[in-house]
Design a protein around this ligand. Structure first.
Ligand code: FAD
Ligand code: SF4
Length: 499
């Protein structure tokens, strides 16, 4: 085990700079090969490539990238250490703020965060930002490859007990931070595998599960206990958990799928994206019946509705089940697609057929209760709506049928209602169904805190992690001083835009 007190800082200013305008390319599986397997698509940097990319950082004075990272990683410092080939030092530097670099390096929307504000980012001059996510991913993978266990130090036991409800990124971060502070932490998870969306939602070809399982083993080494198949609100009421533990964190996520409300959504062959991805990713439905018990329909022609990350994941997962055709149906244009640019690019490379400016109006019955087609209204863009995006408007008389046997609805998810239904006293936002918290991440119950998608609605991994950290700080104050309110200034641990 490596001492993890804190990461080092580069000793001397870097003199050598890689003046390349573009990022060091990352090797990938070729589209024709990767659609035949579930293995990861981008293959990651070698040591030489990571070093070359780190040398593109000009170590500018203003360091805007740091304010673009929701957990405030000292990006120039870790890139500086990589540029000196001090990979272990760089890893320690990242782990001061983010205990899941291999995961965030892969799934963070860097193009809207740290890389967007990078000084190098000048697309009008053909210059790309520093490949921050790629180098971060390299360091996370380096730790795995070299079996470096950078497990944080755990303080002496405080005698206080903490329950974490939900094992997604918010719950895992809160568990890690509270265990480090010496509290006795138990995580309760409704499913049989921990990780939340990281396990059941994001497919293997985008984030291999072994990375997540390794991080969870690290938490177990710190003394965190995991109780699986235990939905709070069903297996045990929240009130009982509140009595058994000194403090509780709720990180139950946004796992309630939304539907379109059009005729035919109850037909055989219609899945929510959550169900579809869970059947394939969590239950291994594509290995049915030899290696898995849960089946997934044999698909010939499939339409995925939506254009966010969940829709791209569903379409690309469907492609790997080897149907004749995968359609993506979206009512706006390419410009408005909310998915990451990289995911859209990968989906197109893999032969997903985009049908933009098409709005589903009916799922057509084959006469036996199964899907025969999806009927779509052709659209055009009008004036911008309240979201700032141009409003899609129907083109009269233009309706089109796509012959399919399967439809996946991937238009978003709402807050998971299980816990709140069992405990109506837990204050929620009436309209959105999210749990309400104060500035200390405290809910309407003194000893219950919350964070992640159950508070914000569907967001991102790094934001959920940041919220888990804010809540853990407040819970520690509550457990040690009796109040969650901060009475004296503490060193800043997260970016203020999370608060
Ligand atoms: P979750 O990850 O949803 O975890 C909540 C956990 O709580 C689940 O395991 C659930 O089973 C459990 N739970 C629920 N109710 C109970 C209960 N009553 N008792 C016990 N356990 C319970 N974000 C990105 O940054 N990049 C991406 O590329 C990206 N891709 C995505 C792809 C998909 C398909 C989806 C669905 C989301 C994606 N996101 C992405 C969003 C991101 O995954 C979420 O914002 C993040 O996982 C939220 O974390 P969380 O801890 O709040 O909840
Ligand atoms: Fe960028 Fe995400 Fe890493 Fe922060 S955690 S530096 S936003 S990739």
């Amino acid at each position: 085990m490596i001492d993890n007190t804190h990461g080092s800082t580069p000793k001397k200013p870097r003199k050598i700079i890689n003046k390349s305008k573009t990022k060091v390319p990352m090797r990938e599986q070729a589209p024709k090969d990767r659609v035949l397997n579930f293995e990861e698509v981008p293959l990651g940097y070698t040591e030489v490539e990571a070093h070359q990319e780190a040398l593109r950082c000009i170590d500018c004075r203003t360091k805007p990238c740091m304010s673009g990272c929701p957990v405030g990683i000292d990006i120039p410092a870790f890139l500086g250490l990589v540029s000196q080939k001090d990979f272990v030092g760089a890893l320690k530097k990242i782990k001061e703020k983010n205990f899941l670099p291999a995961i965030c390096g892969r799934v963070c929307p860097q193009e809207d965060q740290c890389e967007m504000v990078c000084t190098l980012n000048k697309p009008e001059r053909g210059r790309e930002p520093g490949g921050i996510g790629r180098v971060e991913r390299f360091l996370g993978d380096y730790a795995m490859k070299h079996n470096l266990s950078i497990t944080p130090k755990v303080a002496s036991p405080t005698g206080k007990t903490v329950a974490i409800i939900g094992s997604g990124p918010s719950g895992l971060t809160a568990a890690s931070d509270l265990a480090q502070k010496g509290h006795n932490v138990t995580v309760f998870e409704a499913l049989h595998k921990p990780g939340g969306v990281l396990f059941y939602g994001i497919p293997e070809f985008r984030m291999p599960k072994k990375i997540l399982m390794r991080e969870i083993e690290g938490l177990k080494d710190m003394g965190v206990k995991f109780i699986m198949n235990y939905p709070i609100g069903k297996a045990e009421p929240l009130d009982s958990i509140r009595e058994r533990f000194d403090a509780v964190f709720v990180g139950t996520g946004a796992g309630l799928p939304w539907f379109l409300g059009i005729p035919g959504e109850n037909l055989n062959g219609v899945y929510s994206a959550n169900e579809f991805l869970t059947r394939v990713n969590l239950m291994g439905g594509y290995k049915f019946p030899n290696e898995a018990d849960t089946p997934i329909k044999r698909i010939k022609r499939i339409a995925v509705i939506g254009a966010g990350n969940t829709a791209m994941d569903s379409a690309r997962t469907a492609k790997r089940l080897r149907p004749e055709v995968v359609y993506l149906v979206y009512r706006r244009s390419r410009l408005e697609m909310p998915a990451r640019v990289e995911e859209i690019h990968h989906a197109e490379q893999e032969g997903i057929e985009f049908n933009l400016l098409h709005s589903p109006i009916e799922i057509v019955d084959d006469g036996k209760g199964a899907v025969a087609a999806i009927r779509c209204q052709e659209m055009k863009l009008g004036v911008p709506d309240e979201s700032g995006r141009r409003r899609p408007e129907p083109i009269e008389g233009k309706v089109r049928d796509f012959a399919v046997d399967t439809v996946v609805v991937a238009i978003g998810q709402g807050p998971n209602p299980l816990l709140s239904a069992d405990c109506p006293e837990l204050k929620r936002n009436e309209k959105r169904g999210t749990i309400e918290i104060n500035a200390e991440a405290q809910t309407s119950f003194d000893n219950v805190f919350a964070g992640g998608d159950i508070v914000t609605g569907g967001a991102t991994v790094i934001l959920a992690m940041g919220q888990g950290r804010v809540a853990a700080d407040a819970m520690h104050r509550y457990l040690t001083t009796g109040t969650a309110v901060q009475t004296k200034p503490e060193p800043e641990s997260v970016c203020p835009n999370l608060l």
